[in-house]
Design a protein around this ligand. Structure first.
Ligand SMILES: [Zn+2]
Length: 212
């Protein structure tokens, strides 16, 4: 998506500031969607673009802060139709391992609507990402910060995400094997799930989408 979306040239802040995605949808309902020369012109929500204001909770930024990663920007555009301008920042509390937490992922809202032109290459690339997402999300993924909520962590492992991070920090990196399909974070989650839920290795492997 850094193959960036061609813009309609009107990127100025819209005076129709809106409070959430639902209202955004209402505002654009009557606008036309057009196709020109293999491209599509579509309405898209735009998140706050400021280096001094959090794009999630919109308060003035106070260090430490995090720049929203490209992966999060792609993910939120595909799943929520909200574009986070490159370079946008948020409070560190909204992130886990540098990526937006699930809670922040759904808290972030657009504040204006713009029309943007998406070329055919972008649309093909996005459809490929969608296929990957649909396939990938069959399993529990502890490495994807937007995949599990704090409540999910607690139910599955007995720890919140923060507690899980804390335990992970206390374990020497050499003590946990980092394999192709099992990161240290996932390995710890595996152990905690085993202890908490008392399920078989086969059941665990099936839930996490890894080889038994
Ligand atoms: Zn914030």
């Amino acid at each position: 998506m850094e193959n960036d979306i061609a813009c309609n040239g009107n990127d100025s802040i819209n005076s129709n500031v809106v409070s959430n995605d639902a209202r955004n949808n209402l505002l654009v309902r009557n606008e036309s969607i057009s196709a020109v020369h293999g491209s599509l012109k579509l309405p898209i929500g735009i998140a706050i673009a400021s280096k001094s204001q959090c794009c999630v909770c919109r308060i003035p930024l106070v260090s430490p802060t995090i720049t929203i990663k490209k992966e999060d920007r792609n993910n939120i555009l595909i799943r929520r139709n909200v574009d986070i301008p490159k370079g946008s920042r948020c409070c560190k509390d909204h992130t886990s391992n540098g990526y937006l937490s699930r809670e922040a992922f759904f808290k972030l809202t657009a504040y204006k609507i713009n029309y943007r032109i998406f070329d055919s290459n972008y649309i093909i690339d996005t459809m490929e990402k969608l296929r990957t997402m649909v396939h990938y999300q069959k399993h529990i993924d502890f490495d994807d910060p937007s995949s599990l909520s704090d409540a999910d962590y607690k139910i599955l492992t007995g720890f919140t995400r923060k507690q899980h991070n804390r335990v992970l920090e206390c374990i020497p990196s050499t003590a946990l094997k980092n394999s192709v399909n099992l990161s240290p974070r996932c390995a710890l989650a595996c152990l905690l799930m085993k202890l908490r839920l008392g399920i078989s290795n086969a059941a665990l492997a099936s839930m996490l989408g890894i080889d038994n």
